[in-house]
Design a protein around this ligand. Structure first.
Ligand code: AMP
Ligand code: MG
Length: 338
């Protein structure tokens, strides 16, 4: 299959929308990362998303809509708290898990009777959903297990020849995937996957925010999890990622210098000094910067031939928790404590 590489213009949105409507796969930019889209109601099209990614069949896809009212076409029941959150955070990087309508086939929801729904704010995503006339099921547009793509070129690295088209929207602003939540009761938000919309951002809209323990630590492979995606190793570059929890930069440096191997790199904060003799990349100082750069740096570290990457630990508060979670999962939750 020859994968079309499409710039964002009216003609190409029509072409891409027609492809989705006819059961083909199109990758597109969102404000988080690039998604790999198919008509969420078309079981065969959704099957080919799992094939193209090599994604386990029990890992559900998120359904993307272009207007809040479309939520009623996807969810069979919409509690008041979900409407409140949609009013506050849509369009934006918040996915809500709700009971699904029969129009959404089981393949889309990974065999569950619930479905994740979100309304993206990116103009290309919105235009594509509108042009296709379909709710679009879209996981991140990487091969399963690889870092999520934040540029159209990264999508091509993983998907060239496997999908009909990629819409190019440049570098994604957010850089990590959406916050995924479900509701334990009418006033409790349960965070299944942290994103740039943080527990602190959600707190004013409910009585309680509960962060799933799988966000912080490894889940046993046979454990029942609230969100199937949490049990898979994820987001990893080819290089071995080693987060180093050190009390200060000096102790980080002395650990790294005494454990240097061939092709050792460091991933540092922007404000950290150079480390003599060890090549470094940087991923920002704030959580938002680190989210924006993390997956991009993973792919660049692979291009640079890194074998081992020592990473300065991100923080765990606010939106920074999304970066911490992705880094931990790339590292298989192994941390070096100095
Ligand atoms: P991705 O498409 O790669 O961004 O992954 C989407 C993630 O959202 C999945 O791995 C799940 O963890 C989560 N998710 C989607 N739908 C559901 C659902 N119905 N129930 C629980 N988690 C979900
Ligand atoms: Mg993904």
């Amino acid at each position: 299959m020859n994968t079309l590489f499409l710039d964002f213009n009216e003609d190409n949105i029509r072409i891409a929308g027609d492809l989705i409507a006819s059961g083909q796969l199109v990758a597109f930019p969102t404000e988080t990362v690039y998604g790999l889209g198919a008509d969420a109601r078309n079981a065969q099209a959704v099957h080919s998303v799992f094939d193209a990614k090599g994604r386990p069949a029990d890992n559900p896809l998120i359904v993307h809509i272009a207007a809040s009212a479309q939520i009623y076409e996807i969810a069979s029941r919409v509690p008041e708290i979900a409407l409140r959150l949609a009013g506050a955070f849509w369009p934006g990087p918040l996915t809500m898990v709700l009971p699904k309508q029969d129009s959404i086939p089981m393949v889309t929801s990974g065999g569950l009777d619930t479905v994740g729904i979100r309304m993206p704010s990116h103009p290309v995503a919105k235009a594509l959903i509108e042009s296709s006339g379909c709710p679009i099921a879209a996981p991140s547009a990487n091969r399963s297990g690889r870092p999520s793509p934040t540029t159209a070129e990264h999508v091509m690295e993983d998907m060239d020849g496997r999908i009909a088209a990629v819409l190019d929207g440049g570098l994604c602003e957010g850089g990590v995937e959406s916050t995924v939540i479900c509701f334990d009761d009418a006033e409790t938000i349960h965070i299944l996957r942290p994103g740039l919309i943080s527990a602190e951002d959600l707190a004013p809209y409910c009585k309680r925010v509960y962060v799933d323990p799988a966000v912080y630590s490894q889940i046993a492979p046979d454990a029942r999890v609230a969100s199937p995606g949490m049990k898979y190793k994820h987001y990893a570059p080819k290089a071995k990622i080693l987060p180093v929890d050190a009390p200060d930069f000096e102790s980080f440096v002395s650990y790294v210098q005494s454990h240097q191997q061939e092709n050792t790199w460091c991933l540092l904060y922007d404000s950290d000094p150079e480390i003599p003799g060890i090549p470094c990349m940087r991923y920002g100082d704030t959580g938002r910067e680190q989210a924006h750069y993390l997956f991009l740096r993973f792919r660049q570290l692979d291009e640079a031939g890194a074998a081992v990457v020592y990473v300065r630990m991100p923080r765990q508060s606010g939106a920074d928790l999304s970066v911490y979670n992705r880094l931990m999962r790339a590292a298989g939750f192994e941390v070096i404590t100095v």
